[in-house]
Design a protein around this ligand. Structure first.
Ligand SMILES: [Zn+2]
Length: 184
């Protein structure tokens, strides 16, 4: 899979582990979130709402995906769902223990449910979603003690960058469609 690249871990081939060891946990989160933002930009080029995700396992990026709803004409082709499928293929198993997903926007109920089903360890997201957020805003599916698995959740990583990506997308789409600036 050429979309997947070694960016972490201790692979001596072209990667400097001491550089990663100097990063604190917040800097590591920001580093992977930047990759999710880069993926979101591909969605935007395709005319899809710019949302991106990467999944990291043992310091290695095993999935990099973006929202492809328009591209694939598939209502379930959210960045997280596409990334989960890639990650499971990379690991050869559906249970994604030991994985962290970085996603630019707070996951919706469908994706939050899928993250629980896939048994990831951790979710890191950028900006909150007041209209569909299911990881702390409207619901808290990933930390619901009634379900059979819970994820550790970190919110707000590079939130401003993630939010402005979306704001600029909707602003330019309204301009193109001649819609009023406050319309959704
Ligand atoms: Zn979703």
């Amino acid at each position: 899979m050429d979309a997947v690249e070694d960016v972490g871990g201790f692979d001596p081939r072209g990667y400097n582990p001491s550089a990663m060891m100097e990063l604190n946990p917040q800097q590591i989160d920001e580093r992977y979130m930047r990759q999710a933002i880069d993926a979101a930009c591909v969605a935007e080029e395709n005319g899809d709402v710019p949302i991106g995700a990467v999944i990291v396992h043992q310091g290695r990026v095993i999935a990099r995906a973006y929202n492809e709803r328009e591209q694939l004409k598939d209502p379930t082709a959210h960045a997280e769902i596409v990334a989960l499928t890639q990650a499971a293929a990379a690991l050869g198993f559906w249970r994604l223990h030991g994985c962290t997903i970085y996603v630019t926007l707070e996951p919706c109920p469908m994706c939050a449910g899928a993250l629980v089903m896939a048994r990831l360890d951790r979710l890191v997201y950028g900006c909150a979603d007041p209209k569909a957020g299911a990881c702390g805003t409207l619901y808290d599916i990933c930390r619901d003690g009634r379900l059979n698995h819970r994820l550790e959740v970190t919110a707000g990583v590079l939130a401003d960058d993630c939010a402005s990506l979306l704001q600029n997308f909707f602003k330019s789409r309204r301009r193109t469609n001649g819609e009023p600036a406050d319309g959704q």
